[in-house]
Each structure stands twice: as C-alpha cells, then as structure tokens.
Design a binder for this molecule. Sequence first.
Ligand code: SF4
Length: 363
Amino acid sequence: MKYIDEYRDPGIAKALVAEIRQRTTRHWVLMEICGGQTHTLMRYGIDELLPQAVEIVHGPGCPVCVTPLETIDHAIELALRPDVTLVSYGDMLRVPGSQSDLFRARAAGGDVRIVYSPMEALKIARQNPQRQVVFFGIGFETTAPPNAMAVWQAHREGLRNFSMLTSHVLVPPAIRLLLASDRNRVQGFIAPGHVCTVMGYRQYEELARDFRVPIVVGGFEPVDLLEAINMLVAQLEAGRTEVENQYARSVSREGNVPAQRLMETVLEVCDRKWRGIGTIPRSGYRIRQEFAAHDAEQVFGFPQHGVEEPAECISAEVLQGLKKPPDCAVFATRCTPENPMGAPMVSAEGACAAYYHYRRNAL
Ligand code: SF4
C-alpha cells in the first residue's frame, strides 16, 4: 500500500476483521501504548468491530496526560515572572496544574507564546536578549530529538537567555513496569510507531524475551492497527513471543541513529515521575550537566512540592490497562475535557477523553 486512503479502506479493514475473527480461539488482552492509536481505535470503532474475545485496553502513551502536575505548576510559575517568556506547544496551555493553567497565567499578564517547533523558541530568544525565554519541552522519545537540537544549538550560539523546562518520558520502562506488576492482564502490545521511528525496536526485543510477550510495532491508521492486532493474535495463537514490525514504511530495527546520537549528546536517562502512575526508574530524560545553562530547572530552581490527585480519579488503573474510563464514578459527569480531574482526560489523546468524545452517548 502506498497512499493514506488505502490505510483507511473499509474493504481492507473488513477483510482484516474477518481474519482476526477466524483465527481467534480464546480470550486475549491486547494494549495499544500510544494515545494517538487510542484515538484511532475509538474514532473508527475498531474495538467494537473485533470479536469479543479480543479485548483492547489502553496504555499510558499520552505525553500531555502523564506530565506531572508539579511540572505544569513550575511552567505557570515561570510564566508569571516579569522577566520570563514561556514558550510552549498549544496543547499544554489548557492543561491544568494544581491551581491554574497557562491560559490563565497569560490572562493574568504572563508572557506565554505558542509555537510549532522549539526552533521558533530559539528565534524568540535571539530577538529578545533582555528576556529569559523558556521552552516547555515535554513528550516521549518522538519529540526529544528536536528539543535536544534546540538546546544543542543554544549552547553552540552561547544563547544564555534560552532554557528548556523538560519532562521527557520513555516508553520501554513503562511497558516493563506494567509487565512486572502482579495485576498485569496484558498479553500482547502494539508498540508506538512514531517512537520506534526514532528509537528502533531493539529495546522491545528485550521486553519480549524477558516477559515472553509478543510486541508488534504499529502505525496510526485503522488498517495499521487492524494489521497489528491480527499479527499479535497470530503470534498468541501460535505461542510465539516475538517483536514484529507492522509499520515498516517508517520504522527500522535501528531507528534514526543520527537523532539518537544527538539525544545522547544533550540528554541523559533519569528516574521520572509519571502523572497518574508515580515514579518509574530510568523512565525519562533530563538535560546533561554540560548543558545546565539551558536547563530551566537548574537556571531557576524550583521548590519541590508533592501534589495529590483527586481521590475519585482511577487514572493509575486506567493508564495501566486495569480499568476502562467508564469504570470511573465521575467519568463524563464531574470529569469532562472542560473540567478534567485526572491525567487521561486532559488531552484529546488521553483514554478518558477518547471515550468521552466517541463513546459517552453509547454508554
Ligand atoms: S474519568 Fe476523570 S477522574 Fe475518572 S479516571 Fe478518567 S481522568 Fe480520572
């Protein structure tokens, strides 16, 4: 297949559903990791097309959702400083911290600007040498290379007024945490195609071997996901536990090696707190000491404070595939995208938000 329409072709999708139905002999629980994949599954009703024996649960792969409340609070604190211009992607502005959000910080007079690339933040820093320009850089391995590039370029130019507030998280340690849990139900994973485009899939081979679980690297269109599910069910039915690559049009085993080298130059692996889950060892990136002049945490120093999630929110279980959003007592009543109470409702890619948009009237 060559064109995007073919990856949305109803005829191809129906044939794949029939194949999955025909080869399924028992109940299997599969998890898609990425929020973009969750969105496609819900939007096209793929989970409802599958045989009942194939259960899909949703993973923690929405970077906006898993950014800790404390980090959002730090961004808001910076935005309200008179000497700081806080630069961010648009989807972070409405994400609530413990008390407020960046939209409200802007309404209160904070200099908050939206960009589409961290390189635009660098441009703002060059044009405003009297201001401290802080880029709010979050995400999975997918957004780490451009963010690392911005820090590297600022270092190269000696741009002392540019820094990055970062909360990068990594997918394989999160999968390892899920698989090591006594409560794990997941028997096969769809790995995120965009993350593997950057990182390759060698790390997933370790997971498949250590936990004897099949993993298929999948894309983001309906036919991509149905193919990935079909490949997982085929492995499970045959008793195989391998890593396979459905998204071969973008992903190679080695990934994007120059991007990985750049990330290794600027960033190092660290323990990282995931909103709704807690701290996962070696599950994130921080800026290396050599580039500390561009690390907002080191430039500004933030007091450490813990922030509690609302007691009703079961996001930890939703993000680990143990429960689904409608199992939550406040889903679509007190918790909505306009008034999110927990991590998976804050971004359109979160599982609770996806159920809210595509399923709430059918529940
Ligand atoms: S519906 Fe809201 S409160 Fe419930 S788990 Fe999802 S985010 Fe948390």
